[in-house]
Design a protein around this ligand. Structure first.
Ligand SMILES: C[S@@+](CC[C@H](N)C(=O)[O-])C[C@H]1O[C@@H](n2cnc3c(N)ncnc32)[C@H](O)[C@@H]1O
Length: 295
């Protein structure tokens, strides 16, 4: 069956109203970060970020299936010598909104920029917060297994035969027995740390994430023909990967130029306007007034 891919221009809070409750299997996105990139697509002040996001996450909660997952790639910036707390506040507020904060994955950026700061080292990781609507959600753990490598050999050697026996008898944990079972296998389940290089090939969007990021979560949390949403789709990385994996997909972006870019990448054809172009407001930080997306 041919999969469907749809790219919508507008504010995701508005565009999602056309979708029914419990429709999507996975929502995965990297939202605009607080106060960042206001010249490109508007910036939300850190102190307004939680309220701004909650309006949108209320819609995400509505359109996500009870067995679905929401993966939010985000990282708080540092300001005035300390880390901002808006991501932590957002997690707490989303729990109040009805989300379960099921897990936090770390995207370790293997090739982050070098740099020097007086009070910290360079940023080499971002959060991938995993929210669900229920404790029973779809998770295809076998789809993301990794080669065992020589981990088991090295681990067993360092423990020694007697240590394994001691672990078992002392605490009754079964640790020795479990580790021996794993030693016979060629594949293991991964950790919650993803070691991925930042994308160098996709230079059309100033904040594109690497294809490997949505790839991993789409395989983990969906099956073929499931529906994947990216409500802040940018250049369409999520849609491109979802389509390639045989998933139906919807992407929303407030800026027309990104929708055009995504349409070209995902659908392989230039953007054809079928209806009159809508205009969407992006806040101008300096004036506080809405600025128009390019039409
Ligand atoms: C961090 S970027 C996403 C990049 C994307 N993951 C990629 O790989 O290209 C965030 C995107 O959100 C869009 N955006 C900002 N506010 C929005 C809103 N209210 N609704 C929909 N999209 C929005 C921006 O135009 C921007 O392209």
């Amino acid at each position: 069956m041919a999969v469907k891919a749809e790219i919508l221009q507008g504010d995701c809070v508005e565009e999602l109203r056309r979708y029914p409750d419990d429709f999507f299997d996975l929502i995965i996105t990297s939202p605009p970060y607080a106060d960042r990139r206001q010249h490109t697509y508007g910036g939300i002040k850190p102190e307004q970020y939680v309220a701004w996001f909650l309006d949108r996450s209320a819609e995400f909660l509505r359109v996500l299936k009870p067995t679905g997952s929401f993966v939010l790639n985000i990282k708080e910036k540092a300001e005035n010598g300390e880390r901002h707390t808006y991501v932590i506040e957002l997690i707490l507020a989303m729990r109040q909104q009805g989300w379960l904060w099921t897990e936090e994955y770390i995207w370790h950026k293997r090739n982050c920029y070098p740099g020097k700061w007086p009070n910290r080292f360079r940023d080499a990781w971002e959060r991938c917060l995993h929210f669900t609507k229920s404790r029973k959600f779809k998770m295809n753990q076998d789809a993301v297994m990794v080669p065992m490598g020589d981990w088991a050999d090295a681990r067993l050697k360092s423990l020694g035969k007697n240590d394994v026996v001691r672990f078992d008898s002392q605490v009754g944990s079964g640790f020795g027995k479990n580790i021996a079972n794993w030693a016979k296998r060629s594949m293991a389940y991964p950790t919650n740390v993803l070691h991925l290089a930042t994308e160098c090939g996709n230079k059309n969007h100033s904040a594109a994430f690497p294809r490997a990021l949505p790839d991993w979560f789409i395989k983990l949390f969906t099956d073929e023909e499931d529906w994947v949403l990216d409500p802040f789709a940018g250049s369409g990385t999520t849609l491109e990967v979802a389509k390639g994996l045989g998933r139906n997909t919807v992407g929303i972006d407030i800026l027309l130029e990104y929708c055009e870019m995504a349409r070209e990448t995902v659908l392989g054809k230039p953007y054809q306007l079928l209806e009159e172009r809508a205009q969407y407001a992006v806040t101008n930080k300096a004036t506080g007034k809405p600025r128009r997306a390019k039409a």
